[in-house]
Ligand binder design. Structure first.
Ligand code: 13P
Length: 253
């Protein structure tokens, strides 16, 4: 089975002390995870080492960075490279979150570079895609998402694409309380898998985990995750509330 993943994206939230307590509370209350289940915590850069040591004894729990720079190294003040993350033992990194695309002008081409760098260090990119409300209202969401996949992922080899996790996050559902319906999520996830299958073949596409993100919470997670092509969620707001995120973990297939 594909990995079923509950990924917490803390974004720019929590002090160090709050983050430590949040992790502690969730780790204490979470259920034991199956072999095909994974819990990810994407925490701010200054907390990566602390978070890594907090989960050191946990099974199927990993720490992710929320971003990395698209250049290997050099005079890029304030940026963090894939190699730096690798050097502190981080194996996962979110790439192309809509907030990065919107506020930091990250292009599909920049994201292709980030993915190449992460894969060169054997790290797993969690690649985000998804359309804005205007695109959905114009009925253009499939073309939009297909272009994001093509421009950032289609240069990869079969072996490389199998390492990538994809997160579909409709921008209109992020932090708005508005969730895509379970049917809308499943429909887009099946479309994403079909785009991957056309390029890389069905057996490869079938191995790629596709997460849904956008106002996932305890009350809707099970219904959304039930979709055949929905392999868990990338969770913002609800991942900052221990009981919410634990319930979301419990909703994994
Ligand atoms: P919310 O769960 O707060 O809508 O955020 C989703 C998200 O952007 C996760 O990366």
């Amino acid at each position: 089975m594909r990995k079923q993943i509950a990924a917490a994206n803390w974004k720019m939230n929590c002090t160090y002390q709050q983050g430590e307590k949040l992790l502690d509370d969730i780790l204490k209350a979470k259920p034991a995870l199956g072999a095909d289940q994974l819990v990810l915590f994407a925490v701010p850069f200054p907390y990566l080492i602390m978070a890594k040591s907090e989960v050191a004894d946990e099974k199927n729990v990993q720490i992710a960075a929320q971003n990395c720079y698209h250049k290997k190294a050099g005079a890029y003040t304030g940026e963090v490279s894939a190699e730096m993350l690798d050097s502190i033992g981080i194996d996962y990194c979110i790439v192309g979150h809509s907030e990065r695309r919107e506020y930091f002008n990250e292009s599909n081409q920049d994201l292709a570079e980030k993915i190449n760098l992460l894969l060169s260090f054997d790290m797993v990119p969690v690649f985000c895609c998804g359309e804005a409300l205007a695109v959905r209202e114009a009925g253009q969401q499939n073309e939009w998402v297909a272009k994001q996949l093509e421009e950032s992922l289609f240069h990869l080899s079969d072996d490389q694409i199998k390492k990538v996790v994809i997160a579909y996050e409709p921008i209109w559902a992020i932090g708005t309380g508005k969730t895509a319906s379970a049917a809308q999520a499943q429909e887009m996830h099946a479309f994403i898998r079909s785009v991957l299958a056309k390029k890389f073949g069905q057996p490869t596409a079938d191995q790629i985990s596709i997460l849904y993100g956008g106002s996932v919470k305890a009350s809707n997670a099970a219904e959304i995750f039930a979709g055949a092509d929905v392999d868990g969620g990338l969770v913002g707001g609800a991942s900052l509330i221990p009981e919410e995120f634990v319930a979301i973990i419990k909703a994994l297939k």
